[in-house]
Design a protein around this ligand. Structure first.
Ligand code: TYM
Length: 334
């Protein structure tokens, strides 16, 4: 089993990243046997699609590395690195650009969302982004890719590209990766709008819980989270059509390791005035140790750089055979 996943180092780790993806990364790392490997990386080459200054980009990569280690990624057991230090990703992306079709990329909903109305003005990087993501995965022949639901379409594209490359060049080079998507927390929604996913790019900071939020900020954001006036139902099916309520119950269930039905049973008939403080406490208890560790780790840039550099050397060695075979299959002499 080869586990791989990535995160863009733009802004802070938020609750959606944590519950949708990172918790699964840590679980898979902790359950890994001797024949398995885990690769986790900061997708800094992907972050060129957002405008950031040089200093900010450097800070963001180190901060995200600190956040992942604080959340439980152990650089001695998992290969942790930043993409820019492993040129195999960009090289394979270029080769796969010959295989990926414009029509496939045109269907990517994330591109449509991010480009908005001004598609002609969007960067080529934003359009080709999913091909780089396919290269990230295929260059390691990853078998399992733990992600939130929003990445499902990109994973399907990676499988399509792998299949077409293998067929076109008559090789069995690339492994088809399986997405690993959590059941309860696949899509954590904004605290301001239950129909929008929680995201780094939402202009309202009240819409998300950040890893850097202190206890008071967390309690306040939960208190102010949008809900409806109805009490909690007896069973989770009573949450249908109540997207904000459903989101908060889902978060509680995930953190407490309960089913949504069990959470409803516990709070049935009570209003959100009673539920929210309990949810806030649970969030504070979960995030406080991660935040404390994060704030410690981010003060030592040299240690973080050393971790990423060491990880990149291991990742490059793992990627090289596949990259070499891809060049060879295409008749490109290096
Ligand atoms: P990114 O940086 O947007 O998000 C990192 C991970 O967090 C998940 N996630 C969520 N899950 C549930 N609810 C939410 N509101 C939420 N918001 C984010 C994402 O699904 C993701 O798993 N393109 C990727 C990064 C990437 C990648 C890869 C992932 C680059 N190459 C190769 C896997 C494999 C991205 O932008 O994730």
């Amino acid at each position: 089993m080869r586990v791989l996943s990535g995160i863009q180092p733009t802004g802070n780790l938020h609750l959606g990243n944590y519950l949708g993806a990172i918790r699964n990364w840590v679980r898979m790392q902790d359950e890994m046997d001797a024949s398995s490997q885990c690769f986790f990386f900061l997708a800094d080459m992907h972050s060129i699609t957002a405008h950031e200054g040089r200093e900010q980009r450097i800070r963001n990569v180190r901060d995200m590395a600190a956040a992942l280690v604080a959340a439980g990624i152990d650089p001695d057991r998992s290969v942790l690195f930043n993409q820019a230090r492993v040129p195999a990703h960009a090289e394979l992306c270029w080769l796969l650009n010959g295989t990926a079709r414009i029509g496939w990329l045109n269907r990517m909903t994330q591109f449509k969302d991010k480009a908005g109305k001004n598609r002609e003005g969007a960067s080529i990087g934003l359009f080709v982004y999913p091909v780089l993501q396919a290269a990230d995965i295929l260059v390691y022949n990853a078998t399992h890719v733990p992600v939130g639901e929003d990445q499902k379409q990109h994973l399907e594209l990676a499988r399509d590209i792998a299949t077409k490359f293998n067929t076109d060049f008559g090789v069995e080079l690339f492994t088809l990766p399986d997405p690993i998507i959590p059941k309860e927390s696949a899509r954590i929604m904004s605290f301001r709008d239950g129909t929008a996913k929680m995201s780094k790019s939402d202009p309202s900071d009240m819409s998300r819980i950040n890893l850097t939020d202190d206890d008071d900020a967390i309690m306040q954001k939960v208190r102010k989270a949008k809900t409806d006036p109805e009490p909690l139902p007896e069973r989770a099916e009573g949450l249908v059509g109540r997207s904000e309520a459903n989101n908060l119950v889902g978060i509680y269930a995930t953190l407490a390791g309960m089913s949504a039905d069990a959470v409803c049973a516990e709070f049935a008939g009570k209003g959100f005035g009673a539920f929210k403080p309990a949810l806030g406490e649970l969030l504070v208890e979960t995030l406080r140790p991660i935040r404390t560790r994060f704030l410690e780790l981010r003060t030592d840039d040299a240690a973080l750089d050393a971790i990423l550099k060491k990880g990149a050397a291991k990742a490059s060695a793992a990627a090289e055979p596949t990259l070499r075979a891809a060049y060879d299959a295409m008749g490109l002499m290096r």
